[in-house]
Design a protein around this ligand. Structure first.
Ligand code: S3P
Length: 172
């Protein structure tokens, strides 16, 4: 699988709660290349949390910062990169990812996503009157775009190691 990647990055895309960071970290270990999470990198360079960034600057500014951070990470790879759920929706970011990486859409059903995201209060986009409905709407809007990723892997409630192994096999 590592040979398939060459000097390209392996980029995880998909909705919040799909397990992009957890699976990405495991896949990076399996391939022996560094792992980075774009949200963590954004928080590191801005010295703010994602909710604080949304609150202080709004979503458009967050998206601009996200695009810059991902561009830099893609240029300094190869690595396994997990991206925030909205990153691949941005035309510029998606074009960069498709050109400089092998993209994996970690696809999950609404119930799986909801079980995971409802445990934490860290997603500004879900601070709505009906967050489960919002998540369902995002799923409808975004799935056709995530489907442009090079590879699709179904994320279930199984052992993370199994999903990670399935991802590596899907690359071969
Ligand atoms: C977002 C997903 C989040 C984070 C921000 C916006 C989105 O990342 O970037 O809250 O637009 O789907 P995760 O997918 O890692 O939760």
């Amino acid at each position: 699988a590592r040979r398939v990647l060459g000097h390209r990055n392996l980029v995880f895309v998909g909705l919040m709660g799909a397990g992009k960071s957890a699976i990405g970290r495991l896949v990076a270990q399996m391939l022996g290349i560094p792992f980075v999470d774009s949200d963590h990198e954004i928080e590191r360079v801005s010295r703010m949390t994602i909710p604080e960034l949304f609150e202080a600057y709004g979503e458009p500014e967050f998206r601009a910062l996200e695009a810059r951070v991902i561009k830099r990470l893609l240029k300094t790879g190869p690595r396994v990169l997990s991206t925030g759920g909205g990153a691949f929706m941005n035309d510029t970011t998606r074009a960069m990812v498709l050109a400089n990486g092998l993209s994996v859409w970690l696809k999950a059903d609404l119930e799986v996503l909801w079980t995971r995201v409802s445990k934490r209060d860290s997603r500004p986009l879900l601070k709505t009157a009906n967050p489960k409905q919002t998540l369902s709407d995002l799923l409808d809007q975004r799935y056709p775009v995530y489907a442009k990723a090079d590879v699709t892997v179904q994320s279930r409630d199984d052992d993370k190691d199994i999903i990670a192994a399935e991802t590596v096999m899907a690359l071969a």
